[in-house]
Write a protein that binds this ligand. Sequence first.
Ligand code: DGL
Length: 271
Amino acid sequence: MTLNNESVNSPVGIFDSGLGGLTVVKAVRERMPKEDVIYYGDTAHVPYGSKSQETILSFTQDAVDFFLSHDVKCIVIACNTATALALPEIKATSPVPVLGVIDAGARAAISASKNYKIGVIGTQATIASEAYTKTLRKLNPACAIYAHPCPLFVPLVEEGWLDRPATKMVIEEYLKPLKMAQIDTLILGCTHYPLLAGSISEFLGPDVKLVDSASSCAEELEGILREKGLLRSEGTGSETFFVTDGAAKFAETGSRFLGRSLQAIKFTPSK
Ligand code: DGL
């Protein structure tokens, strides 16, 4: 695809393994209401967090192919796991700009932290990849990083168990070591975790800043579009959601992530 002036009116593609990336859709729509957004949620294959790099890369490539067939001008990988495991390979071959959520989250954490003791939580695959740790170290080699996988958080959020006693017990179990390490900043390195922010803050206390990459990622997207002359200056903007399975469940649970009801959900079969 050649980028030209007509591409300004092309949509932005936002990808997630399921519905968690709707937090990024929300941030992008708030920041750039004139842009058209196409969302691709790979609900047939979620969760990615427990899968191998080979599988995650292949699913992510399918999403990119889908977006390119819809003539997007830019792709946002809103899924932390897909960003951690597939972004470099996807970037190397995509004809349109691709950005992930890890750089944005790491930069936001470095600017939020005062003592440079930074916690990172995410899926098993994200934490095992050390993608956040490496990015944070590049930004500030002196920071101390405490990374911990929290695999039970995704099902709890999908169940809507945001502040149940069971959820609070799981939060305590996972985050106790980070609290003891006296982190002052915690990266919520998974699309689902911002929904647990209230309960996580309650456990860690008000002095620990929680960083989620959705708003930093939207800011970075705006910068890329502006720099490339691809930012829309007029229009009302639209959103279309494609899922690879379970459109009805996506609509129901997705409204929790988006903070409003979802229109225009379409089914697209996975490869
Ligand atoms: N979207 C994933 C992430 O941000 C969480 C859900 C999954 O495991 O696929 O890491």
